[in-house]
Design a protein. Structure first.
Length: 275
C-alpha cells in the first residue's frame, strides 16, 4: 500500500508512456462467516446461503491493491477516481465456497478528463467462472473537462416503481473501511479527507452500490445477472440519499440520488443473463 502512495508515482502518464500489463491472483480464498456477516449488516444484505453479489469485489481488494502497488505500476493510488463498475454474476456463490481470484489491468485509454484503465477480476470455483467484474478507473489530468465523459450516461428514465430515503451516517466510511480493508483517507474523517480536497469524508463507491443492490436483493434474490454502475457525484458524510428504481422489460434501472431526488450519486442497470 505504501508503495502505491510513494512520491515517485505520477498522477497520470506522460504522453509517451503506457501502462504495463500486470496480473496477480490468489487461490483458496474464502469469505469467512464473521467478515461476511459484518459486510451484510453494513450494506443491509439479508442473511442468505450465498454471498452478496458485490462481496467478491471485497475479496479481490487485496489483489487490486497489490497490482497498483507493484513497482512497475507508475500511477499514484490515491489520485485515482473510481468511475464505473460492471459485474457479471454467472450464478450465486455459496457462502462457504473456495475461490480462485485473478486480477489484471488493461492498457489506458485517453478520454476528455484524463486517462482511463480497467481492473478486470475473474472469480472461479475450481475451473468454473462464476463471477467477473470490470472496474474502470480514471487518472485525472487537471484542466480537462470532467463532465464530458459522463454526458453519455444520461437516458430517459423508465416509469418509477420504488422510491425511498436512506440516512448515511458519518461513521459508515470507517466501518466499511475495516470490513473492505480500503483505508483511503478520503473515506475516514474530515481531517484526512481535506488532505485530498474534500470538505468532508465521502462514502465508498462500492458501499453505495452494495447498499442499492441489497435493497433489490431483499425483494427478489439476485441470481445470474449483469450489473452496470456509473459513479457520478460523491456522497459527503453524513447525508440523506434517495433510492429510486424503474423497469423497462426485463431490465431494471436504479438510481441513488441526493436528498432532493435530483442530483445522481449512482446510475445503474440490472439485466438478467438469460434475457
Amino acid at each position: 500500500m505504501l508503495r502505491g502512495v510513494s512520491a515517485n508515482r505520477k498522477p497520470h502518464l506522460d504522453e509517451s508512456e503506457s501502462l504495463p500489463s500486470l496480473r496477480t491472483e490468489a487461490e483458496r480464498v474464502t469469505a469467512g462467516r464473521y467478515r461476511l456477516n459484518r459486510y451484510r449488516r453494513a450494506c443491509r444484505f439479508k442473511a442468505r446461503d450465498y454471498m452478496p453479489v458485490t462481496f467478491p469485489q471485497i475479496l479481490a481488494m487485496p489483489l487490486h491493491t497489490a497490482l497498483v502497488a507493484h513497482p512497475d505500476f507508475p500511477l499514484q493510488l490515491l489520485g485515482l477516481i473510481h468511475l464505473r463498475n460492471d459485474i457479471i454474476q454467472h450464478r450465486q456463490i455459496g457462502a462457504d465456497e473456495v475461490l480462485r481470484i485473478e486480477v489484471r489491468n488493461t492498457a489506458h485509454r485517453d478520454v476528455d478528463a484524463g486517462q482511463e484503465f480497467d481492473l478486470c477480476t475473474d472469480v472461479y470455483v475450481q475451473d468454473e467462472l462464476v463471477w467477473e467484474s470490470t472496474t474502470t478507473v480514471l487518472a485525472r489530468i487537471r484542466g480537462r473537462n470532467k463532465k464530458a465523459d459522463r454526458q453519455a450516461e444520461q437516458e430517459v428514465e423508465p416509469e418509477e416503481t420504488r422510491r425511498e430515503s436512506w440516512q448515511v451516517r458519518s461513521y459508515y466510511g470507517r466501518r466499511y473501511a475495516r470490513i473492505s480493508r480500503d483505508f483511503n483517507p478520503i473515506h475516514l474523517a474530515s481531517i484526512t479527507s481535506r488532505w485530498f480536497g474534500f470538505k468532508r469524508p465521502i462514502a465508498h463507491g462500492m458501499w453505495s452500490l452494495a447498499r442499492c443492490l441489497a435493497a433489490v436483493d431483499a425483494l427478489e434474490p439476485i441470481t445470474a445477472i449483469k450489473i452496470e454502475a456509473r459513479f457520478m457525484l460523491p456522497i459527503f458524510l453524513p447525508a440523506w440519499v434517495t433510492f429510486v428504481t424503474g423497469e423497462n422489460g426485463n431490465r431494471k434501472r436504479f438510481r441513488l440520488l441526493d436528498a432532493s431526488g435530483r442530483r445522481p450519486h449512482i446510475l445503474g442497470w440490472i439485466t438478467p443473463l438469460d434475457s
